[in-house]
Design a protein around this ligand. Structure first.
Ligand SMILES: Cc1cc2nc3c(=O)[nH]c(=O)nc-3n(C[C@H](O)[C@H](O)[C@H](O)COP(=O)(O)OP(=O)(O)OC[C@H]3O[C@@H](n4cnc5c(N)ncnc54)[C@H](O)[C@@H]3O)c2cc1C
Length: 515
């Protein structure tokens, strides 16, 4: 029987991202995917600055920039009666201002191209991708997991033994149910047809932009439709309530209503049916099986964070699963995957449901849904409790306003301008496949070296005031430790611990690593 340390089922955004970040931390995984290649469906578009920060640590900034539409694409996100107008709300102004929270600029690569870039990087980092290969059964015991896997070309079935399995099989994969994890949520809202079509929309839509129109129009089934641009300038996707009986002529008429040009020449190129639903797994881990991406949480696409959250699941899981597999951490560290990622996924899914009501389905308004939370707080203000040393008396709110970061354990190490030998540098540009120590004292740097040696992990230490300069006092304000203080940051950019001096550093690292 083939022996593998980590097998990932599903080569979508979540599975491939997990493979990249495992590889970055020295663990080569095997990825099983039933399809012949990565996705060709025009689904998610865009990478948040948080995802781009993560990708930067994996050396992927250039490949994502190359995958973006040519030129400097603008961004159009509007609610309108039709693409031609009138416009009911323009979201573009709200999408600005993220540079206050991150040194990275968001990406605009399509899901298809982002998946290709991730697949390529995962292979460079040692992953083995097996396409046309379906996981059909999975059983686990105290030592590992046995997967029954079918080669869809030859039909042959083989058994693979893995220490850990990452279920990245999407919302229809079935591994969550197979390991006995239930789910909760509002269920299915609607089933939609996404129709890809060719047309010249230059008279009504920007062709140099990533375009997304939420169309609210009583002439459409359910009163709503969506139009999005694709990687090809004259190809678009229109989404509308699904109807298996609808013929091409009726579909074309609905596309013309969405666009708002009654005699628009167009050609239908393909279609896909998908379900808009809200469903979150009750647990993100069962023994040696860990859930990521849509396998763990599904939400309507309104807000564009489903795929982003899937990629971030892989990012935040990668370092800790690698640490456990490499025996740099105890298996208890894996409990933090559920503790940290599930509350965040709940918040993202609630946000996208609230957005669905605002942008597309006012008829679903319900006091239990409420208004969408502030998008900047959702993206940059999460404070996790899991693999961190919590401070006594710290507030237990899951989110803080990123405009006034506390710098406390569980939050993102804040984006502030420090000055390094090569110019301005943000602490967020110093994160990578190592623990980061920012300290005001020489003892802090020594303590970091001692901790690295004792625990056998990679640590990079910078002395603020010597290696880096806090010229406008921003770090002093947000670190919350005083000028001699020490801050320990995880490889995924989350503050793990901070102290007024460095005395507790090794103990903190030991605690987080379950050693
Ligand atoms: C119309 C639409 C628009 C969207 N727009 C956005 C957006 O703008 N921004 C955004 O962030 N998100 C968006 N999303 C959400 C995003 O597409 C998903 O969240 C994302 O695809 C989830 O990635 P995943 O890897 O978890 O799952 P998937 O992409 O579903 O990948 C799972 C993979 O597992 C494979 N698989 C399943 N079972 C098995 C098995 N037994 N053996 C082997 N392989 C298996 C599947 O073939 C599949 O390739 C959108 C979704 C839709 C439907």
């Amino acid at each position: 029987m083939e022996q593998r340390r980590v097998v990932i089922v599903g080569a979508g955004l979540a599975g491939l991202s997990t493979a990249v970040f495992l590889g970055l931390h020295g663990v080569a995984s095997t990825v099983l995917e039933r399809h012949p290649g990565t996705s060709v469906q025009p689904k998610a578009r865009g990478q948040s600055p948080v995802v781009m920060e993560a990708f930067a640590t994996a050396g992927m900034t250039t490949s994502i920039r190359k995958a973006e539409p040519a030129g400097q694409p603008g961004l159009t996100i509007k609610i309108s009666r039709s693409v031609a107008g009138p416009v009911l709300h323009d979201f573009a102004p709200e999408a600005h201002g993220m540079e206050a929270f991150s040194p990275a600029e968001g990406g605009s690569a399509s899901q298809a191209r982002a998946e290709r870039a991730l697949a390529e990087r995962a292979c460079e980092l040692g992953a083995v991708l097996r396409f046309r290969t379906r996981c059909e059964e999975l059983t686990q015991d105290s030592d590992g997991v046995t997967l029954s896997v079918r080669d869809l070309e030859s039909g042959a079935v083989e058994q693979i033994r893995a220490a850990y399995v990452v279920a990245a099989d999407g919302h229809r994969g079935g591994l969550r149910e197979a390991v006995g994890i239930g789910s909760h949520g509002r269920g299915t809202f609607d089933v939609s047809d996404s129709v890809r079509f060719a047309a010249d929309l230059s008279a009504v839509a920007r062709t140099d932009a990533v375009v997304l129109h939420y169309v609210q129009n009583p002439e459409l089934p359910g009163g709503a439709g969506v139009l999005v641009s694709t990687d090809e300038p004259d190809e678009w996707v229109a989404a509308m309530a699904a109807d298996p009986e609808r013929d091409d002529a009726a579909t074309e008429a609905l596309i013309r209503t969405i666009v708002g040009v009654p005699d628009l020449p167009l050609q239908i190129l393909g279609r896909d049916t998908w379900e808009s639903a809200h469903r979150v797994a009750d647990r993100f881990r069962e023994g040696r099986v860990l859930l990521v991406g849509d396998a763990a949480h599904v939400c309507p696409p309104t807000g564009g964070q489903g795929g982003n959250t899937a990629m971030l699941d892989g990012y935040h899981l990668g370092w800790r699963l690698a640490a456990v597999v490499r025996e740099e951490a105890g298996p208890g560290l894996l409990d933090s995957h559920d503790a940290e990622r599930r509350p965040y996924a709940e918040a993202v899914c609630d946000w996208q449901v609230a957005n669905l009501v605002v942008r597309q389905r006012p008829d679903l308004a319900d006091p239990s849904i409420g208004a969408p939370m502030d998008g900047m707080t959702l993206l940059f203000g999460y404070v996790c409790g899991g693999a961190v040393v919590a401070e006594p008396g710290a507030p237990d709110e899951l989110f803080e306003d990123p405009r006034t970061p506390s710098g406390r354990p569980g939050s993102r190490v804040p984006h502030v301008a420090l000055r390094g030998p090569d110019g301005p540098v943000s602490p967020r540009e110093l994160i990578g496949p190592h623990w980061l120590v920012l300290t005001g004292s020489a003892e802090g740097v020594q303590a970091a070296q001692v901790a690295a040696g004792e625990l056998g992990v990679a640590v990079r230490a910078y002395r603020v005031g010597e290696d880096l300069h806090d010229t406008d006092g921003a770090w002093d304000r947000v670190s919350g430790t005083g000028p001699q203080g020490t801050v320990l940051v995880r490889p995924d950019g989350v503050v793990a611990w901070r102290g007024a001096d460095a005395a507790g550093l090794t103990t903190a690292l030991r605690t987080v690593l379950h050693r």
